[in-house]
Ligand binder design. Structure first.
Ligand SMILES: NC(=O)c1ccc[n+]([C@@H]2O[C@H](COP(=O)([O-])OP(=O)(O)OC[C@H]3O[C@@H](n4cnc5c(N)ncnc54)[C@H](OP(=O)(O)O)[C@@H]3O)[C@@H](O)[C@H]2O)c1
Length: 344
């Protein structure tokens, strides 16, 4: 259950099984494309996902901004940028692009050193307000305008909800890339059958797929392998979902009550490294090969969440964390047990 990216970072096969592994010998030990020393020698904060040269390059840590109100977005983003964050993850649906845009404008950082992700809301049942080609282009223009930038570094379809219009939305994304409005295009919450649709249409594949990933919601092995095969970078959201105070008081919390009131998990492992459990969960994600997107409105937590350079989780502890809840896999980030990966 260790991720394909993690196994490859160890110089191992992707996990498909060597006999039929489509990557052999590329994923075998000694692969020249994998430069582990490069990853370990640089600060994680500034280290872009260079683990495999064929994948999208982006910072391994980004500021998450779901449930960050627009009134606070400018201040929190400026604080994060001052602390060293260089990637901001927002979305049309978060309604905070305007505040983040103000922070980008006021920041003295060069645009080249910043990586901005935003997402197009595809529409959802029961409203059935699904976006078509033209409205996707309009949404992108609105996001550019609110973020006060000329180009989005990574533009994602937020979820695969627009069944009949999914390919039309993707076609608009391809054209936005061609027109230079977005640098990279990807998807979020897509499962294999959603990705396969793009492949079957013979269109360029997404560069990334942002999904919920933590020990209670590991990437499903078949999706992991498919993404590795197509060089689609998994980006992890809700890495901190296992901690009891995660999204405290929010209705957007699919955790069972016992997970909200229970004790902090993995404390024994975190104690060994003299770190906090949030740091352990974030570093686990990064070592698995996923960029992570911790969200906080609090300066001390923003600082804690990027302070990940001074320890390395051992292979044994990586396995222990990965295997901790294999029989209790559940989507926590969406309400009522709904998992967007299971959308038709
Ligand atoms: N594509 C999608 O469908 C999707 C879905 C969900 C999330 N995302 C993206 O991924 C980002 C991260 O996911 P998320 O916001 O669900 O969860 P998260 O970043 O894993 O966790 C955020 C929660 O943990 C708390 N927290 C943060 N750092 C902490 C620390 N060091 N100690 C204790 N508590 C801490 C925060 O509270 P405070 O703010 O009060 O500190 C908040 O309640 C989102 O913000 C969003 O950008 C994308």
């Amino acid at each position: 259950m260790l991720s394909a990216n993690f196994l490859m970072s160890q110089g191992e096969c992707c996990g498909n099984g060597c006999v039929n592994c489509p990557y052999t010998p590329r994923h075998k030990k000694g692969n020249k494309n994998i430069n582990i020393s490069k990853i370990q020698s640089k600060s994680i904060l500034y280290n872009w996902s260079e683990i495999m040269s064929e994948y999208l390059k982006m910072p391994m840590i980004g500021l998450g901004t779901w449930l960050l109100p627009n009134e606070l977005a400018e201040e929190v983003t400026i604080t994060a940028l001052n602390l060293g964050y260089r990637h901001i993850d927002t979305a049309q649906a978060y309604r905070n692009e305007a505040g983040i845009g103000e922070a980008i404008k006021k920041s003295s950082l060069s645009r080249d050193g910043l990586f901005i992700t935003t997402k197009m809301w595809p529409g959802m049942e029961p409203d059935n307000n699904f976006q078509n080609y033209n409205s996707v282009i309009n949404s992108c223009n609105q996001s550019l305008s609110m973020l006060q930038i000329n180009e989005i570094d990574l533009y994602l379809i937020h979820a695969p909800f627009a069944k009949d219009l999914r390919l039309e939305q993707w076609q608009a994304f391809l054209d936005l890339k061609k027109d230079g409005k977005v640098k990279n295009i990807g998807v979020s919450n897509y499962n294999i059958h959603h990705l396969q649709e793009i492949e079957d249409a013979g269109l360029e594949m997404p560069a990334a797929n942002q999904i919920e990933i933590h020990p209670y919601h590991l990437i499903r092995p078949t999706l992991d392998s498919y993404m590795a095969e197509h060089k689609i970078l998994p980006i992890a959201y809700s890495s901190l979902a296992p901690i009891p105070n995660w999204r405290e008081g929010s209705r957007w919390n699919g955790k069972p009550e016992e997970m909200k009131t229970g004790s902090m998990p993995y404390e024994d492992i975190a104690e060994k490294y003299q770190i906090s459990v949030p740091q352990l969960l974030l570093k686990w994600g990064i070592q698995m090969g996923y960029p992570v997107l911790p969200k906080s409105v609090k300066k001390d937590r923003l600082k804690e969440n990027i302070n990940l350079d001074h320890f390395e989780i051992s292979l044994q502890d990586m396995k222990a964390l990965t295997n901790a809840h294999l029989d209790q896999q559940k989507c926590l980030a969406w309400s009522n047990g709904f998992d967007p990966l299971d959308s038709e």
